[in-house]
Design a protein around this ligand. Structure first.
Ligand SMILES: NC(=O)c1ccc[n+]([C@@H]2O[C@H](COP(=O)([O-])OP(=O)(O)OC[C@H]3O[C@@H](n4cnc5c(N)ncnc54)[C@H](OP(=O)(O)O)[C@@H]3O)[C@@H](O)[C@H]2O)c1
Length: 221
């Protein structure tokens, strides 16, 4: 990582310990859904190995882990859970202080039309790591309603493009956290969303720059 600068809302040099404020992690919400993605300058969400690990970097990893520590529940499509080898989420030691007064780790819901966790996913014996049946036209909306009924309030949707596309189309998302990774990869790799067409305005809430990596927050409300 290099010299981190907040460009919006107020230009200032910041340190990693100020990132939670820049992302409003202590703001209270009855219900708030964030989507988090990293993409290259030319719009790909994966590198040549079809995973996001090859296009992210240290500062994106820091924000990724911070948003996980913010979340009550992480929601992910079964395709991403499989491709990225997801296991039960464990809070990064750097962000443990963000969990004060809440469960030690966020829950995880895998959305699958078969309501099945990927083979080999290690749930670490936790009953807050589960699959939800997201089949049908309103499947993703139904799952989000179930999560709300279970008492979760801070929801972090980690994609992938299929599930994010469905959630965005159904207007379930309050905020998009979007990292632009300073590289181009060409090819015809996936974009951030895949699926239904829609036209939705986005408003820039914040922008941090670190060594040409852009960390943006977009309000979708
Ligand atoms: N750069 C990033 O930040 C980032 C983030 C996330 C993912 N990715 C990349 O995105 C790729 C995965 O993309 P993806 O679109 O396959 O991921 P996805 O959205 O996570 O998963 C797609 C799967 O979701 C399930 N699903 C659940 N509800 C559905 C519904 N109502 N309709 C259709 N399908 C539903 C389907 O599997 P079932 O058969 O189980 O229902 C489907 O195959 C991976 O290469 C991953 O690395 C990148």
């Amino acid at each position: 990582m290099g010299r981190m600068r907040m460009l919006l809302p107020d230009a200032a040099e910041i340190t990693p310990s100020q990132l939670p404020d820049a992302y409003g992690v202590s703001v209270d919400h009855d219900w708030y859904v964030r989507v988090n993605f990293v993409a290259t300058v030319d719009g790909s969400v994966v590198g040549s190995d079809q995973r996001s690990g090859s296009i992210n970097n240290e500062v994106d990893g820091l924000v990724f882990q911070m948003l996980r520590a913010w979340a009550d529940v992480i929601v992910v499509g079964s395709g991403t859970a499989r491709a990225e080898g997801y296991d039960a989420p464990v809070v990064d030691p750097r962000w443990v202080h963000l969990r004060e007064g809440r469960a030690a780790h966020p829950a995880m819901a895998v959305l699958s039309r078969k309501a099945q966790l990927p083979d080999g996913m290690d749930t670490m014996g936790r009953d807050d790591v589960f699959a939800l049946d997201s089949s049908g036209d309103d499947g993703v909306s139904r799952c989000f309603a179930q999560l709300r009924e279970r008492g979760y309030r801070r929801v972090l949707l980690e994609g992938g493009p299929t599930v994010a596309g469905l959630a965005l189309d159904a207007e379930l998302v309050d905020e998009l956290c979007h990292t632009t990774s300073p590289r181009l990869v060409g090819g015809s790799a996936q974009r951030m969303v895949d699926g239904p067409t829609f036209d939705r305005p986005a408003r820039l809430l914040g922008l941090v720059e670190d060594d040409s990596t852009l960390l943006a927050r977009w309000s979708l409300r």
